[in-house]
Each structure stands twice: as C-alpha cells, then as structure tokens.
Design a protein around this ligand. Structure first.
Ligand code: NAP
Length: 304
C-alpha cells in the first residue's frame, strides 16, 4: 500500500484517532501525521507514547497544509471544532470524521467549511469500551466495516478515502446518512442504552445484595457491564444527536418486551421458543459473515 495522503491531521486523540495513527503507520498510508487534542494532558501523553509524527498545541496548526483532516471528537463537539479549524484549511483539503451519527454531523460540519474544501463523512464500525490516546491499536479496524455517507461529495475524493480506509484494514461501503442513523440505532445505539439500563437496574438491586451482583455476575450481565463502561460523553452525544431513530427503535423494543412479558405471564412457551429460535438464526448469520468477534486485542494499552 502506498501513501494515500501526504499530510494527515487527527483532531481529537482518543481511541479512534490513536488506532488510525497506528494503522496508518502499519500500512504506510500517510506522509506526516499531525495531531491535536484539547487538553494539555492528552497532548503530553500523545508525545510520550509517540502518537503522531508531530503533536500541535492548536487545532489550526495541526490542520495547516493537511491534505486530509479527520475529526475524531465526540459528535457534540464537531461543530465547534469545525469552526475553529475552518480558516486554517487549505484549498482542496478533504475533511472527514469518524462520528457515530451521520445526519447531525453533516449538519454540524458541512455548512461551516470554506468553499473548495471537500467533506466526506465516515463512520468506522469498530471500537472498544476504552477511551483516550493510550487505548488505540493498529488492528482495531481489521475486517470491520467503515461506512461512508458522501451525499454528493466529489467522487474522486470519495474513492480516495475508500482506499485509505481499506488500507487501515476496513471493508468499506456507502450509505445514505438517515439510513445509516436508523441502522446504527438498531445495531449499536439502542443496545448500548439497554446495557446502561440493565446495569443501572442491577446497581439499584446491588444496594441490597451488593456482593451477589458482583460475585455471581454471569456472562450476559458481564457483557452488559463492559458495554455500559463506554465513554459517557460520547454516548450522551450519540443519543442526543440520533434522537428520532433511537426513540423509534426503543418504541419497537418496548412493544416486543411487553409481548415477551405477556408470554411469560401466560405461560406461552411456544411464543418464547419461536422467538428465541428466530433470534438464534440471526446470531448464526453474524457468525457466517465473520462479524462475531471483537477486533483482536493486540497492542491494546490501558485506558486513560
Ligand atoms: P475518546 O477516546 O473519548 O477521545 C475523544 C477525543 O476528543 C479526546 O482527545 C478529547 O480530548 C477530545 N474531545 C472531547 N470533547 C471535546 C470537545 N468538546 N472539544 C474538543 N475536543 C474534545 O473518543 P473516541 O472513542 O475516539 O471517539 C471519537 C469519535 O469516534 C466520536 O465521535 C465517536 O462517536 C466516534 N466513534 C467511537 C467509537 C468507539 O467505540 N469508541 C466507534 C466508532 C466511532 P481530551 O483528551 O483532551 O479531553
């Protein structure tokens, strides 16, 4: 794989940005990579661990002369960051993002970019519950999907960004932004909300039977606690900016839950058996598609 962009700027230096940096280095995808994070502490850590070729003390400095700028901040911070970097972007630069919600990011970023700068939104479907600059690893995107939601962006720039993400290890597809937000509400956002809720319920019970919840934590609940350990800022922003799709899916979820509740109350074993048979088949489909495991943990560092 040869260099795709001479200069890449990473704005925000958490799990996704740091994984992108290590994956870029692994594949030799970029000439120089600059990085910026808002806190001095994160910038110091990044310098210490050799994250990015150059860590800058301002977002504008990091973006100067960049061919590709990747916004790796929480969804709710995208607009302010875009306004900040806009004057520093060079003509012909490509701005992309990694936000978990697409319509809200398009509305936050697109109108604030200067003429002559391309915008190609993206979302890598890869992550862990860890966050911060030390949490990234080069293999995070291997065999994961990265969805581009270009909506009228320059076709050559879309093709180039696709090559870049393939170089990072991902499979790439394109999707319409609203459809992306609905699909992700089903596959990621609502499941996170359910995990947060289940852990909250157990915590309430835990006030009574504290050690029982911890000691007898079975696999299902343990998985919930892992998901519910995800970054609170990131997930607050996801729900606030994908409100309609999340509420739509939550409504459907609640209806299904009531139906299962009724089946249990009425002793309707057939209903439960048929339901679980259908969901088991979905799991098998995921395994056949090779999407059943988390990205390998090579090189994972401790959380910040
Ligand atoms: P992270 O590890 O928490 O890092 C976030 C970075 O953004 C940090 O460098 C932080 O700076 C900076 N930041 C936070 N709030 C900011 C603000 N108000 N203004 C400017 N900078 C700010 O986050 P991440 O997991 O890499 O997520 C980054 C983006 O990727 C999010 O949009 C998220 O939706 C998306 N995403 C995440 C995952 C996942 O599983 N984690 C997966 C796919 C996509 P400081 O360190 O200085 O505070």
């Amino acid at each position: 794989m040869s260099v795709t962009y001479d200069r890449v700027a990473l704005i925000g230096l958490g799990l996704i940005a740091s994984s992108m940096f290590w994956a870029m280095k692994r594949a030799g995808l970029a000439g120089e990579v600059t990085g910026y994070a808002r806190s001095e502490e994160t910038r110091a850590t990044a310098r210490e661990i050799g994250l990015c070729d150059r860590i800058c003390d301002s977002a504008e400095e990091a973006c100067k002369d960049a061919d590709l700028v990747v916004l790796c901040v929480p969804v709710g911070a995208m607009e302010a960051v875009t306004r900040q970097i806009a004057p520093a972007l060079k003509e012909g630069a490509v701005v992309t993002d990694v936000g978990s919600v697409k319509r809200a990011v398009i509305e936050a970023v697109g109108p604030n970019l200067p003429e002559g700068v391309h915008f190609v939104p993206a979302h890598p479907l890869a992550g862990t519950e860890q966050s911060g600059p030390t949490s990234g690893f080069a293999e995070l995107f291997d065999n994961r999907w990265c969805l581009l939601t270009p909506e009228g962006a320059d076709a050559d720039e879309v093709a180039k960004l696709r090559l870049f993400w393939e170089g990072l290890g991902a499979n790439v597809d394109e999707m319409e932004p609203d459809h992306h937000d609905l699909v992700l509400a089903v596959t990621s956002h609502t499941p996170h909300l359910i995990a947060y809720t289940m852990v909250g319920v157990a915590d309430d019970l835990g006030r009574v039977t504290d050690t029982e919840v911890v000691n007898f934590s079975a696999a299902g609940f343990r998985d919930f606690t892992r998901i519910a350990a995800s970054d609170p800022t990131m997930w607050r922003d996801v729900f606030l900016s994908n409100k309609d799709a999340t509420l739509e899916i939550l409504g459907r979820f609640t209806e299904e839950l009531f139906a299962l509740q009724r089946a249990i109350r009425q002793g309707d074993g057939d209903h439960l058996f048929d339901y679980f048979t259908r969901t088991r088949a979905i799991r098998r489909g995921i395994i056949e598609a090779g999407q059943d495991t988390d990205a390998p943990n090579f090189g994972r560092r401790s959380s910040k």
